[in-house]
Design a protein around this ligand. Sequence first.
Ligand code: AHR
Length: 661
Amino acid sequence: MNAPIAAFNSVMIKRLALSVVTGLILALPFCALSATNPPVTLKVFANKPTHPVSPLLNGVFFEDINFAADGGLYAELVQNRSFEFGPDAFYAWEKVGEPAIFSIENDRPLNSNNTNFLRLRTTQPASGVANNGFQGIAIENNSDYVFSVYARAGKVFYGKLTVKLVSSGGKLLGHGTISGLTQNWKKFTKVIHTSGADEKAKLIVTLNNPGYVDLDMISLFPKHTFRDHPNGLRPDLAQMVANIRPSFVRFPGGCIVEGKNLENRYQWKDTIGDVSVRRQNWNRWQRSVNGVTTPYFQSYGVGFFEFFQFCEDINAEPLPVLNCGMSCQYQDAELVPENQLAPYIQDALDLIDFANGPVTNTWGAKRAAMGHPAPFHLKFIGIGNEQWGEEYFKRYPLFHNAIKAKYPYIQIVTSAGPSPDGKWFDMAQEWFKKQTVDLVDEHYYKPPLWFMENVNRYDNYDRKGPKIFAGEYAAHSAYNRNNLEAALAEAAFMTGLERNSDVVSMSSYAPLFAKIGLNQWPVNLIWFNNSVAYGTPSYYVQMLFSRNRGDVLLPTETVDNRLPVQRLFVTTSRDSKAGQIILKVVNPGEQTAEAEITIEGMSKINPSGTGEIVTGLDLQDENSWVAPGHVMIKSIELSGLKPTFNYTFSPRSATVLRIGQ
Ligand code: AHR
């Protein structure tokens, strides 16, 4: 038996058989137990809805960790396109041929936020530079790529730039030329069509004549991006998020919001406008090994405009999180004095204007100038991430009061600290008794057993208190594997979230993305490389729950007369539009579980129904490059449905049954 499940059993064996009525646990007398495995009885009260299921319950959490943005969701194929990487301005570039001068300069730069550029002088034709992308550029055959560059010629350059896409084996995959350079900075664009493919191609830019040029913002995008936006997103990764049908997207993190120090914090105003004027930042997730730092930068090519646009594209509510005048308390823990918080508070107010303001408003006009005069209808904002203690309790109200005074309709997310219990969490709970709070952000990265033991965590939360945003969670199994065991523990826990969605109004797994070999975080929802991606079992559980969320909760009585362990974790809702009952049942154990299901209060039951299941042959099952769909959602056809019917829940499974009239 799997170790965590065995441990789970040993905890549960101390308990009597359980009768669970929508979160109310009743102990049955011991004499009621049977030695064999009697079916679990599930009774759904179809005509007694208890509360609406929060329509925002299942969202996603995006952070630029694990190369999730540059080299990931952002479709830009060139790394360090503007030579701004701090430790090494040539990072990801190499010389081609023998340029006589090859240097990073900053006299008369493109703009004051983008001060570095490349100066090339050559006496030899075909000298220039090559970019290796993010450990190679994945080029597809028979496709269009949009190359662009800002260029300025020296007095003596009358030639052209040659642009080539070349495979790792040296084969030319596509090419184009740029002419008409002047002595002033000017943007040039060229569409390059490919005839050949390679996973590890290079972009090569050379001068075809002797002379000198200055180059900046050397960029290459696939022509087709998600919804074909310019400066867009990688279609396959964006579509994987869209397929979850998340009700919201939280962005841009995470710790990245806080920064290692205040200077390093995420500042949304740096991330809007033309990409060439976005002031870059180093990424606090970059690692230094033996004194050598691997550059990990934020080009901010995916900035707040792109996040809002993505939310609109996939019909998800945007939930931006802003710095509260504190850098990461685990790192430099810098504090902005309370009397100097005004610019930070103004950033929050300006963000609401940027998202929602009319085009006549300063910030609304910036949104319109980026091509979106209509508002983005922002309703939520987070202030601080994983903040704790008195310093937060002093700073937060200043933001809260200023936002509520000007925009009372905005719901504010407040941090409950980095963990779901302990001293800092308890301090926050005490503070919430004094501070008006809309939504409390709780985080838990815990072993699978914790998730199953905490299925009822929210049963007794104060219904008159703040709503809960389970803003970051993931089951971390032994050796941090993204396996079925972790996914089923999350699924069991999610039945508790849905049952309690009158108090838990939002939740999101974290982190969302990880680039294989470049990840800083071990357990993630979606893994990808430069050309393909696969979802983990947890990804399919998120999809299963999100796509099968009803609008009202139906009470469900679960009686399990078997010792020693609660076999099934259950939640039921009604999809009023479809006229269906949606039963979600998680069986994380190694045995099949028979259930006798009674639907009370439904006048007519259609004998046929549909269902979906996430399951596998082993709790250690994972998805991988070779078997990306080893654990995924499979459809079920249901027949013989009637007011009382039997159903066998597979071992190691999360099952959804849709029962209609
Ligand atoms: O999700 C990864 C990190 O975990 C987040 O940045 C942070 O909020 C949490 O500690």
